[in-house]
Design a binder for this molecule. Structure first.
Ligand SMILES: [Zn+2]
Length: 59
């Protein structure tokens, strides 16, 4: 489920919605909790991208 690594064994899924500031297009990515934090840091450092929403998905 985690998009960061195919070998990631974490099964806690989080949904991250990102908007491209140039196109306005929003994309949805899925990560485990740990990799979600890493990805949010990357997005916040990228002036072209904005975090729209980050949600823990409960099974
Ligand atoms: Zn992961």
């Amino acid at each position: 489920m985690c998009e960061r690594s195919a070998n990631c064994s974490k099964d806690d899924a989080c949904q991250l919605v990102i908007r491209n500031n140039d196109t306005g297009i929003e994309t949805v990515e899925y990560y485990c909790k740990a990799h979600l934090v890493l990805r949010i840091c990357e997005v916040e450092d990228d002036d072209g991208l904005t975090v729209v929403d980050a949600t823990k998905l409960w099974n």
